[in-house]
Design a protein. Sequence first.
Length: 132
Amino acid sequence: MTGSAPFDDLAAKARRVHEAVTLVRGRAQSAGGHVTAEVDAAGHITALTITDTALAEGAAALATIITDTHRAACAEAGKAAQAIRDELAADPRVAQVIAGTGTNAPVTPPHHPGPEEDEGAYYATRSVLRSD
C-alpha cells in the first residue's frame, strides 16, 4: 500500500464532482416567455431561443431581455454547481487542506458584466477581448 492510497478515493471524488459540474445546466425564461436561455456552470450559453414577438420589441429591448434571462440562468447554474462542489468541500480531508492554507474565503461566482461594463470596456480598448 502506497502513501497516496488514502487520497485515491479523494481524487476519484474530485473527478466525479468535476464531471458532474460540467453537466450542470441553468435555464431561465423571460417574463413574457419570449426568450429562453440555457447555460453551463461557467455561464456559457448552450441554448438560446428567441420568439418572433421578442424580435418585434426592437434591438434595445431584446438585448435587455436576453441579458436578464442569461443572468437568471447563470444564477441557477451557479447554485447547482456550488451544491455539487459543496459535496467535495464537506470532506474532512479537503477541509483540513483549506484550513492549512490559512484562508476561509468563499468561492465567488464568476462575474458577468452588464451591458454598461461591456460597452465601456469595448470603447476603452476598441476590442471585445477582456484583459481581466
